[in-house]
Design a protein around this ligand. Structure first.
Ligand code: F6P
Length: 320
C-alpha cells in the first residue's frame, strides 16, 4: 500500500487545479497516506522544492484560480540524467507515487517516471480541452465562461458601430474553446484547426452578411496560432462594409475562480487518482467519459488521436 504521494502541477495553469490538489490531498490523508506538494512542476521536482501537505494546507483554495503550488515548463525533463535526479529526490523523501496535473507534455513526463519505478497518475489540467482520453479537461468550462462573457460584451459594441469583431481564443491546436464559444455567443463564423482558414471565404461571407443579410455586426471566433487577427481585421475594413477590430482574449482565459462544473470535475478526478495509486496502479491518466470518471494507460491515451467535435461543428453550421 502506498504510504506517501507527491503532487505537482505542470504546464499552463488552469482554473480548478487547486480544487484537484485539494481533493487528492484530502482523500489521501483520510486514507492514512502522507502528502507532499511539489512547487513549480517538474522544475521543483528537480530542485527538491517540496512541502508536506496537511489538511489545512489546502484550506481556502477550492474557489481560487491558478495553482497554489505554482507551475512551470521544463523541456530538460526529456534528458535521462534530469529524470534520474528527480527520482533520487523522490526516493530521498520516501515519496513512492506522484499525481501530475497538466497537459499531454506533463503526461509524457509522468509515463517516464512510472517506467523508472515511481507510479504516476495524470490528471488533465488545461483550458485547451486537447487531452486524449477525456471528454473534458479541468479548466475548460471556466475558460469557456470567460470567453462567453467577453464575446457577449464585444457583440454589444460591435453592433453599435457596424463592426466585425475578430476574437482570438486559446486552445493551442484544438478548436473546442472556439467552437463552444461560437455556439454560446451566436458567432457568425468560427475558424479553428478543424475548419481550416480561407481568407477569401471570410471576406465573401462578411460581404454577404453586410450586403444581403443586412447584419449590423459580425463575430468571428478564431483559435490562436491560425492567423494574424490584427492583419485580418485591417483587411476586413479594407474589403468589406464592416470595420474590422481584433481582440485577443489572451491569458485572461486562464484565470478566475473555477466554475462549479470544474470544481466537481477536479474533485472527482482527484479522488480517482488516489484510488488508482492505492490499488498499486501507475502510468494511467484519469478522464471523464459520458459523465463517468475513467482511467486508461497514458500510452494508450497518447496514441489515440483526439476526435474533432463533429457534432458541435454541425450544430454551429445549423445555427448560423
Ligand atoms: O496550454 C495552455 C495554453 O494557455 C495554450 O492555450 C496557449 O497556447 C499556451 O498555454 C500559452 O502559454 P504561455 O503561458 O507559456 O504563454
Amino acid at each position: 500500500m502506498v504510504r506517501k504521494i507527491g503532487i505537482l502541477t505542470s504546464g499552463g495553469d488552469a482554473p480548478g487545479m487547486n480544487a484537484a490538489i485539494r481533493a487528492v490531498t484530502r482523500v489521501a490523508l483520510n486514507n492514512g497516506i502522507e502528502m507532499v506538494g511539489i512547487h513549480d512542476g517538474y522544475k521543483g521536482l528537480l530542485e527538491g522544492n517540496f512541502e508536506p501537505l496537511k489538511k489545512t494546507s489546502v484550506s481556502d483554495i477550492l474557489a481560487r484560480g491558478g495553482t497554489f503550488l505554482g507551475s512551470a515548463r521544463l523541456p530538460e525533463f526529456k534528458n535521462e540524467d534530469v529524470r534520474l535526479k528527480c527520482v533520487d529526490n523522490l526516493n530521498n523523501q520516501g515519496i513512492e507515487a506522484l499525481v501530475v496535473i497538466g497537459g499531454d507534455g506533463s503526461y509524457r513526463g509522468a509515463l517516464e517516471l512510472t517506467k523508472m519505478g515511481i507510479n504516476c497518475i495524470g490528471l488533465p489540467g488545461t483550458i485547451d480541452n486537447d487531452i486524449p482520453g477525456t471528454d473534458f479537461t479541468i479548466g475548460f468550462d471556466t475558460a469557456l465562461r470567460t470567453c462567453v462573457e467577453n464575446v457577449d460584451k464585444l457583440r454589444d459594441t460591435s453592433s453599435s458601430h457596424h463592426r466585425a469583431s475578430i476574437v482570438e481564443v486559446m486552445g493551442n491546436r484544438c478548436g473546442d474553446l472556439a467552437v463552444y464559444t461560437g455556439i454560446c455567443c451566436g458567432a457568425e463564423m468560427v475558424i479553428t484547426p478543424e475548419t481550416g482558414y480561407d481568407e477569401v471565404e471570410v471576406m465573401e461571407r462578411l460581404h454577404y452578411l453586410d450586403a444581403a443579410a443586412r447584419k449590423n455586426h459580425a463575430i468571428i471566433i478564431v483559435t490562436e496560432k491560425i492567423c494574424d487577427v490584427e492583419a485580418l481585421a485591417k483587411k476586413v475594413s479594407q474589403n468589406t462594409g464592416f470595420s474590422g477590430r481584433a481582440t485577443v482574449l489572451g491569458h485572461i482565459q486562464r484565470g478566475g475562480s473555477p466554475s462549479p462544473t470544474d470544481r466537481m470535475l477536479a474533485s472527482r478526478m482527484g479522488e480517482k487518482a488516489v484510488d488508482l495509486l492505492m490499488e498499486g496502479i501507475g502510468g494511467h491518466c484519469v478522464g471523464i467519459i459520458n459523465n463517468e470518471i475513467t482511467s486508461l494507460p497514458i500510452e494508450q491515451a497518447l496514441e489515440k488521436p483526439r476526435t474533432p467535435r463533429k457534432k458541435f461543428y454541425r450544430l454551429f453550421e445549423n445555427l448560423v
